[in-house]
Design a protein around this ligand. Structure first.
Ligand code: DAH
Length: 339
Protein backbone atom coordinates (compact mmCIF):
# COMPACT_ATOMS: atom_id res chain seq x y z
CA UNK A 1 0.00 0.00 0.00
CA UNK A 2 1.49 3.31 -1.03
CA UNK A 3 -0.71 5.76 0.85
CA UNK A 4 2.46 7.18 2.42
CA UNK A 5 4.42 7.46 -0.84
CA UNK A 6 3.34 11.10 -1.48
CA UNK A 7 4.69 12.02 1.99
CA UNK A 8 8.12 10.80 0.98
CA UNK A 9 7.94 13.09 -2.07
CA UNK A 10 6.77 16.04 0.02
CA UNK A 11 9.59 15.52 2.52
CA UNK A 12 12.22 15.38 -0.23
CA UNK A 13 11.04 18.66 -1.73
CA UNK A 14 10.47 20.54 1.54
CA UNK A 15 12.10 23.97 1.22
CA UNK A 16 12.69 24.75 4.88
CA UNK A 17 13.03 23.10 8.23
CA UNK A 18 9.72 24.74 9.24
CA UNK A 19 8.04 22.89 6.38
CA UNK A 20 9.66 19.66 7.60
CA UNK A 21 8.36 20.28 11.14
CA UNK A 22 4.84 20.65 9.77
CA UNK A 23 5.12 17.40 7.76
CA UNK A 24 6.52 15.56 10.76
CA UNK A 25 3.53 16.64 12.80
CA UNK A 26 1.10 15.68 10.06
CA UNK A 27 2.53 12.14 9.95
CA UNK A 28 3.59 11.40 13.49
CA UNK A 29 1.50 13.63 15.78
CA UNK A 30 0.27 11.60 18.75
CA UNK A 31 -3.43 12.06 18.09
CA UNK A 32 -4.04 12.87 14.47
CA UNK A 33 -0.82 11.91 12.71
CA UNK A 34 -1.69 9.92 9.55
CA UNK A 35 0.65 7.10 10.52
CA UNK A 36 -0.46 7.16 14.17
CA UNK A 37 -4.07 6.86 13.05
CA UNK A 38 -3.25 4.01 10.63
CA UNK A 39 -1.49 2.15 13.47
CA UNK A 40 -4.52 2.57 15.70
CA UNK A 41 -6.88 1.40 12.94
CA UNK A 42 -4.90 -1.83 12.72
CA UNK A 43 -6.66 -3.01 15.91
CA UNK A 44 -9.94 -3.49 14.05
CA UNK A 45 -8.43 -5.76 11.34
CA UNK A 46 -8.86 -9.53 11.40
CA UNK A 47 -5.80 -11.29 12.86
CA UNK A 48 -4.75 -12.67 9.47
CA UNK A 49 -4.23 -9.14 8.06
CA UNK A 50 -2.87 -7.64 11.24
CA UNK A 51 0.62 -9.06 10.87
CA UNK A 52 1.29 -7.98 7.32
CA UNK A 53 -0.28 -4.56 7.92
CA UNK A 54 1.88 -4.10 10.98
CA UNK A 55 5.02 -4.96 9.05
CA UNK A 56 4.04 -2.62 6.24
CA UNK A 57 3.36 0.30 8.58
CA UNK A 58 6.66 -0.27 10.38
CA UNK A 59 8.50 -0.06 7.10
CA UNK A 60 6.76 3.26 6.30
CA UNK A 61 7.60 4.51 9.74
CA UNK A 62 11.24 3.66 9.13
CA UNK A 63 11.32 5.18 5.64
CA UNK A 64 9.51 8.37 6.64
CA UNK A 65 11.74 8.91 9.69
CA UNK A 66 14.82 8.42 7.56
CA UNK A 67 13.58 10.73 4.81
CA UNK A 68 12.91 13.46 7.39
CA UNK A 69 16.38 13.14 8.93
CA UNK A 70 18.01 13.13 5.52
CA UNK A 71 16.19 16.25 4.29
CA UNK A 72 16.95 18.05 7.53
CA UNK A 73 20.63 17.43 7.05
CA UNK A 74 20.47 18.49 3.42
CA UNK A 75 18.68 21.73 4.26
CA UNK A 76 21.11 22.69 6.99
CA UNK A 77 24.10 22.16 4.75
CA UNK A 78 22.37 24.28 2.10
CA UNK A 79 21.92 27.09 4.64
CA UNK A 80 25.56 26.83 5.72
CA UNK A 81 26.65 26.94 2.10
CA UNK A 82 24.60 30.03 1.49
CA UNK A 83 26.07 31.70 4.57
CA UNK A 84 29.56 30.75 3.50
CA UNK A 85 29.18 32.28 0.06
CA UNK A 86 27.03 35.25 1.07
CA UNK A 87 28.85 36.34 4.22
CA UNK A 88 32.45 36.32 3.12
CA UNK A 89 34.86 38.65 4.87
CA UNK A 90 36.28 41.17 2.47
CA UNK A 91 39.54 42.34 3.99
CA UNK A 92 40.12 44.88 1.22
CA UNK A 93 36.93 46.76 1.99
CA UNK A 94 37.61 50.28 3.25
CA UNK A 95 36.05 50.99 6.64
CA UNK A 96 34.12 54.18 7.30
CA UNK A 97 36.44 56.77 8.85
CA UNK A 98 36.64 56.37 12.64
CA UNK A 99 36.89 59.49 14.75
CA UNK A 100 39.09 59.05 17.77
CA UNK A 101 39.30 61.85 20.31
CA UNK A 102 42.41 63.36 21.82
CA UNK A 103 43.25 65.34 24.89
CA UNK A 104 42.85 69.10 24.93
CA UNK A 105 46.24 70.81 24.31
CA UNK A 106 46.52 71.92 27.97
CA UNK A 107 46.25 68.51 29.73
CA UNK A 108 48.22 67.00 26.86
CA UNK A 109 51.07 69.46 27.47
CA UNK A 110 50.95 68.89 31.25
CA UNK A 111 51.30 65.17 30.63
CA UNK A 112 54.42 65.83 28.59
CA UNK A 113 55.78 68.09 31.34
CA UNK A 114 55.34 65.31 33.89
CA UNK A 115 56.98 62.84 31.56
CA UNK A 116 60.00 65.00 30.68
CA UNK A 117 60.72 66.08 34.28
CA UNK A 118 59.92 62.58 35.52
CA UNK A 119 62.82 61.33 33.42
CA UNK A 120 65.07 63.89 35.13
CA UNK A 121 64.09 62.48 38.50
CA UNK A 122 61.44 65.05 39.48
CA UNK A 123 58.52 63.84 41.57
CA UNK A 124 55.00 65.19 40.90
CA UNK A 125 53.58 67.22 43.80
CA UNK A 126 50.20 68.93 44.14
CA UNK A 127 48.78 71.69 46.28
CA UNK A 128 45.31 73.15 46.82
CA UNK A 129 43.81 75.86 44.61
CA UNK A 130 42.23 77.52 47.66
CA UNK A 131 45.27 78.53 49.65
CA UNK A 132 46.11 80.58 52.72
CA UNK A 133 47.76 83.95 52.43
CA UNK A 134 50.56 82.50 54.55
CA UNK A 135 51.56 79.84 51.99
CA UNK A 136 50.74 81.86 48.88
CA UNK A 137 52.60 85.00 50.00
CA UNK A 138 54.13 85.29 53.48
CA UNK A 139 56.30 82.17 53.54
CA UNK A 140 57.48 83.01 50.04
CA UNK A 141 59.07 86.17 51.45
CA UNK A 142 56.22 88.40 50.22
CA UNK A 143 55.00 90.24 53.35
CA UNK A 144 51.71 92.08 53.41
CA UNK A 145 53.07 95.48 52.47
CA UNK A 146 55.25 94.17 49.64
CA UNK A 147 54.66 95.75 46.21
CA UNK A 148 55.09 92.34 44.56
CA UNK A 149 51.58 91.54 45.78
CA UNK A 150 50.15 94.23 43.51
CA UNK A 151 51.44 92.37 40.48
CA UNK A 152 49.18 89.47 41.37
CA UNK A 153 45.62 90.82 41.42
CA UNK A 154 44.20 88.36 43.82
CA UNK A 155 40.81 86.71 44.23
CA UNK A 156 40.18 86.70 47.98
CA UNK A 157 37.58 84.40 49.45
CA UNK A 158 34.76 86.37 51.06
CA UNK A 159 34.17 85.89 54.78
CA UNK A 160 37.82 85.68 55.87
CA UNK A 161 38.80 89.38 55.61
CA UNK A 162 38.53 90.01 59.34
CA UNK A 163 40.89 87.15 60.29
CA UNK A 164 44.12 88.47 61.81
CA UNK A 165 46.14 85.36 61.09
CA UNK A 166 47.36 85.10 57.45
CA UNK A 167 47.11 81.31 57.78
CA UNK A 168 43.35 81.81 58.04
CA UNK A 169 42.84 84.33 55.24
CA UNK A 170 42.00 82.41 52.08
CA UNK A 171 42.45 83.15 48.39
CA UNK A 172 42.61 81.41 45.05
CA UNK A 173 46.29 80.72 44.67
CA UNK A 174 47.99 83.22 42.36
CA UNK A 175 50.80 80.85 41.43
CA UNK A 176 51.93 77.25 41.97
CA UNK A 177 54.79 78.47 44.22
CA UNK A 178 52.59 77.59 47.23
CA UNK A 179 53.46 73.93 46.59
CA UNK A 180 57.15 74.68 47.21
CA UNK A 181 56.27 75.81 50.74
CA UNK A 182 53.93 72.92 51.47
CA UNK A 183 56.50 70.42 50.26
CA UNK A 184 59.55 71.88 51.98
CA UNK A 185 57.71 72.18 55.29
CA UNK A 186 56.94 68.47 55.34
CA UNK A 187 60.05 66.85 53.80
CA UNK A 188 63.77 66.90 54.21
CA UNK A 189 66.23 67.70 51.40
CA UNK A 190 67.42 66.58 48.93
CA UNK A 191 64.26 66.97 46.87
CA UNK A 192 63.16 67.48 43.28
CA UNK A 193 59.53 68.26 42.52
CA UNK A 194 57.38 69.43 39.64
CA UNK A 195 53.92 70.85 40.44
CA UNK A 196 51.49 71.52 37.60
CA UNK A 197 48.15 73.14 38.34
CA UNK A 198 45.60 75.92 37.95
CA UNK A 199 46.20 79.43 39.23
CA UNK A 200 43.98 82.53 39.35
CA UNK A 201 44.46 86.25 38.77
CA UNK A 202 42.21 89.11 37.89
CA UNK A 203 43.60 89.75 34.38
CA UNK A 204 42.21 88.99 30.96
CA UNK A 205 43.56 89.75 27.48
CA UNK A 206 45.25 87.92 24.60
CA UNK A 207 48.09 86.71 26.82
CA UNK A 208 46.35 86.64 30.23
CA UNK A 209 43.38 84.68 31.52
CA UNK A 210 41.81 84.88 35.02
CA UNK A 211 42.42 81.13 35.32
CA UNK A 212 45.52 79.66 33.78
CA UNK A 213 48.02 76.88 34.36
CA UNK A 214 51.55 76.90 35.67
CA UNK A 215 54.05 74.33 36.61
CA UNK A 216 56.47 74.95 39.38
CA UNK A 217 59.81 73.21 39.74
CA UNK A 218 61.91 73.00 42.87
CA UNK A 219 65.21 71.30 43.52
CA UNK A 220 66.96 71.49 46.88
CA UNK A 221 70.24 69.76 47.59
CA UNK A 222 73.84 70.30 48.66
CA UNK A 223 75.71 72.47 46.16
CA UNK A 224 72.77 73.00 43.80
CA UNK A 225 73.67 75.92 41.52
CA UNK A 226 72.20 78.36 39.02
CA UNK A 227 74.04 76.43 36.28
CA UNK A 228 72.09 73.30 37.31
CA UNK A 229 68.88 75.29 37.06
CA UNK A 230 69.64 76.58 33.57
CA UNK A 231 70.61 73.11 32.40
CA UNK A 232 67.37 71.58 33.67
CA UNK A 233 65.20 74.36 32.21
CA UNK A 234 66.96 74.35 28.85
CA UNK A 235 66.78 70.63 28.33
CA UNK A 236 63.13 70.60 29.34
CA UNK A 237 62.01 73.36 26.96
CA UNK A 238 63.96 71.85 24.09
CA UNK A 239 62.06 68.63 24.62
CA UNK A 240 58.72 70.23 25.33
CA UNK A 241 58.67 72.80 22.54
CA UNK A 242 61.33 72.20 19.89
CA UNK A 243 65.01 71.26 19.86
CA UNK A 244 65.85 74.55 18.10
CA UNK A 245 63.70 76.86 20.23
CA UNK A 246 65.27 80.28 20.84
CA UNK A 247 65.30 81.46 24.44
CA UNK A 248 67.00 83.97 26.65
CA UNK A 249 67.40 84.61 30.38
CA UNK A 250 67.03 88.11 31.82
CA UNK A 251 67.44 89.20 35.39
CA UNK A 252 64.11 89.61 37.14
CA UNK A 253 62.84 90.21 40.62
CA UNK A 254 60.84 87.71 42.65
CA UNK A 255 61.01 87.99 46.46
CA UNK A 256 61.39 84.23 46.94
CA UNK A 257 64.56 83.87 44.83
CA UNK A 258 67.97 85.53 44.83
CA UNK A 259 69.27 86.01 42.22
CA UNK A 260 66.06 85.95 40.15
CA UNK A 261 65.73 85.50 36.41
CA UNK A 262 63.04 85.49 33.76
CA UNK A 263 63.06 83.23 30.76
CA UNK A 264 61.69 84.34 27.41
CA UNK A 265 61.00 82.23 24.35
CA UNK A 266 60.99 83.61 20.84
CA UNK A 267 57.58 83.67 19.13
CA UNK A 268 57.69 81.25 16.20
CA UNK A 269 54.66 82.31 14.22
CA UNK A 270 53.86 85.34 12.09
CA UNK A 271 55.50 88.32 13.76
CA UNK A 272 52.44 90.56 13.28
CA UNK A 273 50.32 88.04 15.12
CA UNK A 274 52.21 88.21 18.37
CA UNK A 275 50.86 90.97 20.57
CA UNK A 276 53.68 90.43 23.08
CA UNK A 277 56.44 91.08 20.52
CA UNK A 278 59.06 88.65 19.35
CA UNK A 279 59.94 87.49 22.83
CA UNK A 280 57.38 86.17 25.25
CA UNK A 281 58.07 85.73 28.94
CA UNK A 282 57.28 82.15 29.92
CA UNK A 283 58.95 81.61 33.28
CA UNK A 284 60.36 83.16 36.41
CA UNK A 285 63.17 81.38 38.20
CA UNK A 286 66.15 81.73 40.48
CA UNK A 287 67.98 80.46 43.51
CA UNK A 288 65.66 79.87 46.46
CA UNK A 289 65.92 82.81 48.87
CA UNK A 290 67.53 81.87 52.25
CA UNK A 291 64.49 83.36 54.01
CA UNK A 292 62.21 80.92 52.20
CA UNK A 293 64.38 77.96 53.17
CA UNK A 294 64.39 79.18 56.79
CA UNK A 295 60.61 79.66 56.75
CA UNK A 296 60.35 75.98 55.89
CA UNK A 297 62.85 74.77 58.49
CA UNK A 298 65.72 74.16 56.06
CA UNK A 299 69.21 75.43 56.93
CA UNK A 300 70.40 77.69 54.05
CA UNK A 301 74.04 77.21 55.04
CA UNK A 302 73.72 73.50 54.38
CA UNK A 303 71.27 73.38 51.48
CA UNK A 304 70.80 75.34 48.28
CA UNK A 305 67.88 75.25 45.93
CA UNK A 306 66.50 76.60 42.70
CA UNK A 307 62.91 77.10 41.66
CA UNK A 308 61.08 78.00 38.49
CA UNK A 309 57.50 78.67 37.53
CA UNK A 310 56.39 78.29 33.89
CA UNK A 311 53.16 79.53 32.31
CA UNK A 312 51.65 76.55 30.51
CA UNK A 313 49.33 78.46 28.13
CA UNK A 314 52.15 80.71 26.95
CA UNK A 315 54.38 77.73 26.21
CA UNK A 316 51.53 76.14 24.24
CA UNK A 317 50.98 79.43 22.36
CA UNK A 318 54.59 79.36 21.24
CA UNK A 319 54.71 75.66 20.51
CA UNK A 320 51.48 75.58 18.49
CA UNK A 321 51.66 79.17 17.18
CA UNK A 322 48.39 80.29 18.74
CA UNK A 323 48.26 84.12 18.83
CA UNK A 324 45.45 84.43 21.40
CA UNK A 325 45.42 82.20 24.46
CA UNK A 326 41.66 82.62 24.90
CA UNK A 327 41.10 80.29 21.94
CA UNK A 328 42.27 77.48 24.25
CA UNK A 329 39.17 77.97 26.42
CA UNK A 330 36.45 78.50 23.82
CA UNK A 331 35.80 74.82 23.24
CA UNK A 332 35.52 75.38 19.48
CA UNK A 333 36.09 71.97 17.88
CA UNK A 334 37.25 73.53 14.59
CA UNK A 335 40.12 75.02 16.59
CA UNK A 336 40.83 72.01 18.83
CA UNK A 337 40.82 69.48 15.98
CA UNK A 338 43.88 71.15 14.45
CA UNK A 339 46.20 69.83 17.13
N1 DAH B 1 55.41 82.49 40.97
C1 DAH B 1 55.89 83.40 39.96
C2 DAH B 1 54.70 83.99 39.22
O1 DAH B 1 53.70 83.36 39.15
C3 DAH B 1 56.77 82.69 38.98
C4 DAH B 1 58.05 82.24 39.59
C5 DAH B 1 59.14 83.11 39.61
C6 DAH B 1 58.18 80.99 40.14
C7 DAH B 1 60.35 82.71 40.14
C8 DAH B 1 59.38 80.58 40.69
C9 DAH B 1 60.46 81.46 40.67
O2 DAH B 1 59.54 79.37 41.23
O3 DAH B 1 61.63 81.04 41.20
O4 DAH B 1 54.81 85.06 38.70
Amino acid sequence: MSAFGPYITKIRSAASSAELDALELEIFSRKHGVLTVAMKDMGSLPPSEKISRGQELNRWKHDLTEALAWRRKELSSLVMGELASGDKLDVTLELPPQESGHLHPIPEFIRQVEEVFGRMGFEIAEGPEVESEQFNFNDLNIPESHPARDAQDTFWLAGYESENDPSRRLLLRTHTSNVQIRYMKTRKPPMRIICPGRVYRKDSDATHSPMFHQFEGLMVGAGVSLANMKAVMMSAIRELIAPDIDFRFRTGFFPFVEPGLEMDLRWRGDENESREGRWMEVAGCGMTHPNVLRNCGIDPDKWQGFAFGFGVERMIMIKLQIPDLRSLYRGDLRFLRQF
